[in-house]
Design a protein around this ligand. Structure first.
Ligand code: HEC
Ligand code: HEC
Ligand code: HEC
Ligand code: HEC
Length: 493
């Protein structure tokens, strides 16, 4: 059940009502001083002089969140453990080996740390240079417009050094989401502007902006590469085949595979040059989810009204709704917190189970390609039509798997769509495996009943810090099916 009054852009009305209700026992809104911030003000401290409660709330993204509330997004909780995505999903060690993501890949934490975490992560993750700051610093657009490739290609720390002193570690800031009159939410990122123009969404509504403010960064993008795999421009979104409300994985894959400059890295096991997919929250959510179609925005669930110093403000301590005790959901839903929590876990357990299926299947194909490539080096020839079909299916499976696994809600933002895409990833990888086995058999080789994945080799002693597999962080199949399909011996952990 949903409280009808709170949906769509009636939030504005509610806010206005609250504004006029000063004096009754409901919390008062903060006094809004709309003329004190200059249009070029990047420094949140300056915004904080006009909007102290919002500043304080925004600063809270620095705080660790209560542990034990989220099942799949432990991120930076008050257990102070850094959760390693490669240990959570061990097949990623094999699939991402070959570049930074296969070395260190951690669960996200609060906005406060966006740039800091780039300082702290293995340097391989920021080897593309200044372009890595696209979804981090509010200065990215200005720097790109002023310095172009000089800034975009510059070694990461030198590019950071080009940012104004004192604000070099500033992540998502007031400036990114607001015009000087902060009652107006807006977007500032050039890559989103370009992509929205591609899908003819040039005049978004106020409610759409409450989603697009987040889509500035919570979208997938490519760092375009030149022939030497060096950064060749600012980030681009693969929306060539998309329309508003329909940025499909099929369209994204077609876009990525149509353009060699989108091939960003070489996968170690297979030697294939590959595109990549990052945090596609906006794409998954906006493709016909129940909430998107009902007019609900990201901010409705991640920035609910909250009480602060006797006032009511949009919570700028953006985090998992589970870690905020589902306050957001309860502003629309009449069900209990327990019921809603169970619904979230119900979806996430099923998504995680399918991710494991798609992940191990795809990893199995990667090892089979490796075997075939070794045989080819030793003079074996294989049928190229079958090989190419197997490779195409493999790429289709891999990108679908990454799409859902890199999406940060573990299926919740669009349960049916996540399930559909993982089902297809399992189908494509199954077909690919069958073709690869056919090739091996045809070449007189006998692929074992179980393909050895040897994951331990890919997960231990990673990068400068020598990171290792953390067994206690692994997500096991909540339904116990995965263990029946692949033995511990074959996983090699
Ligand atoms: C300027 C880029 C940017 C914008 C705009 C942005 N985010 Fe983020 N967001 C990030 C980055 C980067 C991280 C990961 C930070 C880290 O792990 O260091 C993140 C992390 C998060 C997290 C995880 C927080 C936690 O406690 O673990 C949530 C939830 C989130 N963002 C939601 C949103 C929502 C909702 C919006 C829009 C209201 C939004 N973000 C706008 C870049 C952005
Ligand atoms: C109907 C409510 C709802 C809407 C709308 C929504 N989210 Fe979420 N979001 C959730 C829930 C629930 C989770 C799962 C949190 C967890 O597992 O701890 C989540 C997870 C996330 C995470 C990972 C959080 C973490 O702690 O790492 C990010 C990032 C995020 N959402 C961003 C967005 C963005 C961007 C949008 C809009 C494109 C959006 N969300 C729309 C409810 C929502
Ligand atoms: C990631 C995007 C984002 C960032 C960063 C951000 N805001 Fe907001 N802000 C929003 C959204 C979304 C709303 C809700 C507006 C609405 O309901 O239309 C909002 C609302 C507001 C409001 C209107 C009153 C209210 O509480 O709804 C003020 C004032 C405000 N923000 C100030 C700030 C200040 C000051 C900062 C920096 C310290 C900041 N914001 C950073 C997205 C952001
Ligand atoms: C702004 C209002 C709003 C917020 C906030 C909101 N919801 Fe919803 N939710 C809806 C609407 C509208 C529907 C569609 C149901 C209907 O039409 O009866 C819905 C449907 C659902 C459904 C049924 C989905 C389905 O596939 O049938 C679940 C489960 C749900 N919401 C959970 C949540 C959770 C959990 C949160 C918080 C993380 C949340 N909602 C936040 C408005 C909201």
């Amino acid at each position: 059940m949903v409280r009808k009054t709170v949906i769509h852009s009636t939030r504005l009305m509610i806010l206005l009502m609250v504004l006029f209700l000063v004096g009754c026992d409901s919390p008062k809104p903060e006094a809004f001083l709309t003329s004190q911030v200059s249009p070029d003000e990047y420094d949140p401290k300056e915004w904080g002089k006009a909007y102290p409660l919002h500043y304080e709330s925004w600063l809270k993204t620095k705080e660790a969140k209560p542990a034990g509330k989220s099942r799949y997004k432990k991120g930076w909780d008050d257990d102070k453990v850094v959760y390693d995505k490669l240990s959570e999903f061990p097949f990623l060690g094999l699939l991402y080996q070959g570049w930074g993501f296969g070395i260190e890949y951690n669960e996200p934490r609060g906005h406060y740390y966006a740039v800091t975490d780039q300082f702290e992560i293995d340097p391989s993750r920021v080897s593309s240079g200044g372009v890595c700051l696209a979804c981090k610093t509010p200065f990215h657009r200005k720097m790109t417009e002023t310095h172009g490739l000089d800034y975009l290609k510059k070694p990461y720390l030198e590019a950071v050094g080009m940012l104004p002193e004192g604000l070099q570690d500033l992540g998502p800031a007031c400036y990114d989401c607001h015009l000087p009159d902060p009652m107006t939410v807006t977007t500032k990122k050039a890559h989103l502007e370009t992509a929205l123009a591609m899908i003819n969404k040039t005049e978004p509504s106020r409610q759409e902006l409450r989603t697009l403010a987040c889509a500035q960064c919570h979208v997938t993008y490519s760092v375009p590469r030149d022939e030497n795999m060096k950064t060749a421009g600012d980030v681009v979104l693969p929306w060539k085949n998309a329309t508003w409300g329909d940025i499909s994985i099929e369209g994204i894959i077609a876009d990525l595979l149509s353009d060699p400059s989108r091939l960003e890295w070489t996968q170690k096991a297979t030697g294939f040059k590959m595109p990549f997919i990052r945090h596609p929250e906006f794409e998954v959510f906006s493709r016909g989810s129940v909430h998107f179609n009902a007019g609900v925005a990201c901010a409705d669930c991640h920035m609910p009204f909250t009480r602060s110093g006797g006032y009511k403000i949009s919570d700028h301590n953006v985090t998992s709704p589970l870690k905020a005790d589902l306050r957001a959901c309860l502003q629309c839903h009449t069900q209990s917190k327990e019921w809603l929590t169970e619904r979230i876990f119900h979806t996430q357990d099923r998504t995680a189970s399918l991710v494991l299926r798609a992940g191990y299947n795809t990893a199995t194909c990667a090892r089979l390609f490796q075997t075939i490539h070794t045989a080819q080096e030793e003079g074996t020839t294989v049928d190229s039509a079958i090989y190419n079909q197997a490779k195409d299916f493999y790429m289709q499976a891999f990108l679908r798997l990454v799409f859902v696994n890199a999406e940060n809600s573990t299926g919740f933002h669009n349960p049916a769509e996540a399930g559909r895409i993982l089902g297809d990833a399992i189908a494509f990888s199954g077909k690919s495996e069958a073709l690869l086995r056919q090739l091996l058999a045809g070449a007189g080789m006998n692929p074992q009943m179980e393909v050895e994945l040897d994951l331990g080799k890919t997960l231990n002693n990673r990068g400068q810090a020598g990171l290792n597999f953390r067994p206690e962080q692994e997500f096991k199949d909540p339904f116990g099916v995965q263990e029946k399909l692949l033995s511990e011996k074959a996983r090699g952990l």
